[in-house]
Design a protein around this ligand. Structure first.
Ligand code: ATP
Length: 345
């Protein structure tokens, strides 16, 4: 008997419930013992109950192996509502936001396979701001601990997954102390990995090079804000934000979610692209494989990756963001069917 996994599910706001429904459909076709536990959180939940998360939320979370999550809405106009995303990241200390981008040959002009390791708890996102007379001030925090753990995770990942180059992205020519620290700590950690090439690229140059030659990148390590922006840029190169998934990892738990937001413009229409959420599911299986040495989970993650690739590249079951006419659940059914076919092959 393999391990039984307890996975929390946060449906989220906007297109969240639609893509999570599609993802849970695919979960039924994964050959692992997975128990799903629904967790209530988000803006819709807040509008109904006055609470952003249910009372026993973190108590429940501590009993889980992972969380599958849809995007959560944080309205800029409602000052009483604190971002649930930030709350979860802080409480669970999810310091690494890992965003793999593997191009689909039918959708990208250039083929690439790169992973952004975005520091997820510091930088500008600590949210410490204030006014000094008529000057707005925002604090940017970069710590040795923060830079060290994201760098080490990126090098470890490179070593395990067979990449041989890791690049730190910074603006240390201008932000000499904060980004300077991030850069220096990265190169200190790099010394522990003599077989992996460590390089640096200034963030604006990185934006240019990612568009021009994305195939030259493998692993990128970035402070919080740069990783956020560069991820959406690479999402554009992929063909749609709806294709990209991510893992938010700390020492205790992993949270898996698509990189896009709530996409209110298409919510409720059944046309959201669920592939990013399927990629997140794939990352969760990979995480189980590494964390628990579960070779079956690794096999399932590879199978799911292949099924997604076949559905997008060969069968071209595309939602409207990719120029197709298929619905969210059509993609889920096609991936499930493909999983069955691959198992028989
Ligand atoms: P947030 O504030 O939560 O980040 P947003 O609307 O600013 O939300 P996104 O939700 O990421 O940003 O959407 C940006 C654009 O990408 C929108 O036009 C949206 O429709 C599109 N988009 C995002 N995700 C998907 C998806 N899964 N399928 C199709 N289109 C998507």
């Amino acid at each position: 008997m393999g391990k039984k996994y307890r996975v929390g599910v946060i449906k989220g706001d906007g297109i969240g419930p639609e893509i999570i429904e599609a993802t849970l459909y695919v979960v039924q076709y994964i050959d692992l013992d997975i128990e799903l536990v629904e967790l209530q959180a988000g803006y819709e939940y807040y509008k109904k109950t006055g609470k952003a998360i249910e009372d026993r939320f973190f108590e429940e979370v501590r009993k889980l192996d992972a969380i599958l999550k849809g995007p959560l809405y944080t309205p800029p106009h409602d000052l009483n509502f604190r971002s649930v995303n930030v709350m979860i990241r802080k409480e669970l200390d999810l310091y690494a936001n890992i965003r793999p981008f593997k191009s689909f040959k039918s959708l990208s002009q250039k083929q690439f396979n790169l992973v952004i390791f975005r520091e997820n708890t510091e930088g500008e996102y600590v949210g410490i701001e204030g006014m000094f007379n008529d000057i707005a001030i925002s604090l940017r925090l970069i710590s040795v601990k923060g830079a060290e753990r994201i760098s080490r995770l990126a090098f470890d990942y490179a070593k395990t997954m067979g990449f041989n180059k890791v690049v730190v992205i910074h603006k240390a020519n201008i932000l000499k102390i904060s980004d300077g620290l991030f850069r220096n700590v990265f190169f200190k950690v790099a010394k522990e990995f003599p077989n992996i090439v460590a390089e640096e690229v200034i963030v604006d140059t990185a934006a240019y090079l990612l568009v021009k030659n994305p195939e030259k990148f493998q692993i990128l390590v970035t402070p919080n804000l740069y990783g956020d922006i560069l991820s959406d840029l690479v999402g554009g190169l992929m063909g749609s934000l709806g294709l990209c998934g991510s893992a938010l990892v700390g020492d205790s738990i992993g949270v898996f979610e698509p990189i896009h937001g709530v996409a209110l413009d298409i919510a409720g229409k059944g046309i959201a692209n669920p592939v990013g959420s399927f990629v997140s599911l794939k990352l969760m299986l990979e995480y189980f494989g590494q964390r628990y040495g579960d070779s079956k989970a690794v096999k399932e993650s590879k199978l799911l990756e292949k099924a997604i690739q076949n559905v997008v590249d060969e069968k071209r079951i595309w939602t409207p963001d990719l120029g197709g006419n298929y619905k969210t659940m059509d993609v889920a059914k096609a991936v499930a069917e493909e999983l069955e076919l691959l198992r028989k092959a």
